[in-house]
Structure formats: C-alpha cells, structure tokens
Design a protein. Structure first.
Length: 314
C-alpha cells in the first residue's frame, strides 16, 4: 500500500498535473493501475481503492485493530519531484535531504537506525571529504552500543559534522549532539537536552548478573569520559550531574558545554553565532552610522569645492 500511496502523491503534484504528456506521469499511471489490479485480485483492497480496515467498521473495543488502522498512515514518507534536464525525478524526502548533506537522526537509536546513519556518513565522506555534514537529532536515546557506533563514525570521517537538536536530544542523543564539531553544535530555542547514567537490567545466574553489572559500570565511565572530552567539564561534576535524569533547556546545555549556539534561524554563510540577534542590530547600527559619516564627508567636500570656486571667481 505504501507504493500505491506514493504514486498517488506523485500524481497529485501540481507540476505533474500540468504536464499531461510527461513520461513520468504516464509511467506512474500505468504502474498504479497495474498494482491496484493485482491488489484487488488478491483481495487486499476493494474496488473503491479503500483499505479493508476503512471499508469495514472497526470495533470500538478492539484497541489493537484501531491502532493498526491508524498506523497505516503514519509511515508514509513524502515524495519530492524535481525537474531536471533529462525530465522529472522523484525522491523520498530523506534522500533529497541527503543530497544536501543533511542526515536526520529521528527516533529511538536502534541497531537499524545506527546502521543507516553510519552508512550515510561514510557515503557523504566518499562524495566530499571536506564539505560539512549536518546531523539533525530528535531522539529520546536508545542502545548504548548503537549510539557508540554512530559516535565512532562521526569521529572517524573527515568532514566536519554540525549537530542540531530539534525537539529533544536525550541520553545517547545528547552524547551525539555534543560530539559535533566544536563551534558547530546547535540547538533550537525550545528543544530539551537530557543526560544521565546508562540503565539496563540483568537476569540469570548470580555470576552472570555480576558480569552485567560490571559492564554497565564500565560503560558509565566510558560515556562520562566522552562527555568530558567534548564539554571540557571536570569528570566529578559530570559524574554528579549524570547520577539521575538531568533535563536542561538550551541555555543550561550551553553553560554545560553540550552545545555552542542557540539558533532561531539558520546561521549565515560563515556559520556564525546568531544566538540573540543582537549582532545583527549592532551591524545595522554600524552600517547606518557609516552611511551618515559618508554623507557628511561628501557634503563637506562639496562645501570646500564651492568656496574654492567663489575665491577663483573673485
């Protein structure tokens, strides 16, 4: 059903509608009709192209069925259609952002997500080893080992990596936020950042539980040392602050050294700091003052020239 919805979304695009004879539109129409026919024959959709769960009433007491009914629409990824010299090309939104060297790390940091991010980092390095990469983070955290795989790859690749916190960067998410290139770690004004010690559980024989406990203590020291490296804070202070869930707003995170800048708008071409907007006002004042001074200089020169002409005429 994802393919059907994706094709319908492409065909609904205004540019595609205007170009009635485009090759992309013809191909999408033919593919869509073929897929619909196969799904109808298989009984997966009805003649009206409705999903079975929407064609049939959903029992009010069937929570799982209601969740399945709504979740079908939550995983649709927007498509972007580009006009090129060779015609039209459709991308999913994340692939289009990857072309601009933007990686989205959204959601729970699992092994699957970690593998995707690592692959994207390595790909962008192969494309250009000097141009910055932008990593946008909105994550509640996740597996320590999965997060460390991303962290090690961030340190391994050559391009500088700018990190951006949108929404939240908690647990392993905050560590990846902090691991960005110095002076290129950003947070949006209403984001939340949280640090804490790793958590986990163990079961089995007493010896196995002891081994797991020793491992989690080692991981705590390792993670604390990573924070020390990137925040320049002392170990004891961070160890104390990470004892329990420690939620921070962007200003507090900046004081802790977790981020460098708080931005409400994208930085300028030089990647400078737009924290408060006061720099813009100062620059504007300077420009206005210089304009006034230039005008005064021109007027003075003009007055001197007029006086010289009067003297010559006399």
């Amino acid at each position: 059903m994802f393919i059907v919805r994706a094709l319908e979304k492409i065909l609904a695009d205004k540019d595609i509608k205007r170009s009635q004879n485009s090759q992309l539109k013809k191909s999408c129409d033919a593919t869509l009709e073929k897929i619909k026919a196969e799904l109808i024959s298989a009984g997966q959709i009805t003649e009206g192209n409705e999903l079975p769960c929407s064609a049939l009433p959903v029992p009010k007491n069937d929570t799982k069925q209601c969740q399945a009914h709504s979740s079908r629409y939550l995983h649709l990824i927007p498509m972007v259609v580009e006009q090129t010299g060779r015609g039209e090309r459709a991308y999913d939104i994340y692939s289009r952002l990857l072309r601009e060297r933007i990686i989205c790390l959204m959601g729970h940091i699992s092994d699957d997500l970690s593998s995707l991010v690592v692959a994207q980092l390595l790909y962008l390095q192969s494309e250009n080893a000097n141009k910055p990469i932008h990593l946008y983070i909105n994550s509640p955290g996740g597996y320590v080992t999965a997060g460390l795989a991303i962290y090690d790859t961030m340190q391994y690749v050559r391009p500088p990596i700018a990190t951006w916190c949108v929404g939240q960067a908690c647990s392993m998410g905050s560590l990846l936020l902090t691991a960005g290139e110095p002076n290129m770690r950003y947070s949006l004004p209403n984001a939340r950042i949280m640090i804490h010690q790793p958590s986990g559980g163990a079961k089995g024989q007493a010896t196995d539980i002891e081994i797991q406990a020793q491992e989690i203590v080692k991981l705590r020291k390792q993670l604390t040392n990573i924070y020390v490296k990137h925040t320049k804070q002392c170990y004891n202070r961070l160890h104390e602050r990470m004892e329990r869930d420690n939620y921070m707003n962007p200003e507090e995170a900046k004081d802790m050294g977790l981020v460098d800048h708080i931005l409400a708008h994208p930085p300028g071409p030089g990647g400078g700091n737009n924290d408060s907007g006061s720099d813009k006002e100062d620059k504007k004042d300077k420009v206005d003052t210089s304009d006034v001074e230039d005008r005064k200089d021109r007027e003075n020169k003009k007055d001197k020239g007029d006086k010289k002409e009067e003297q010559h005429s006399n």
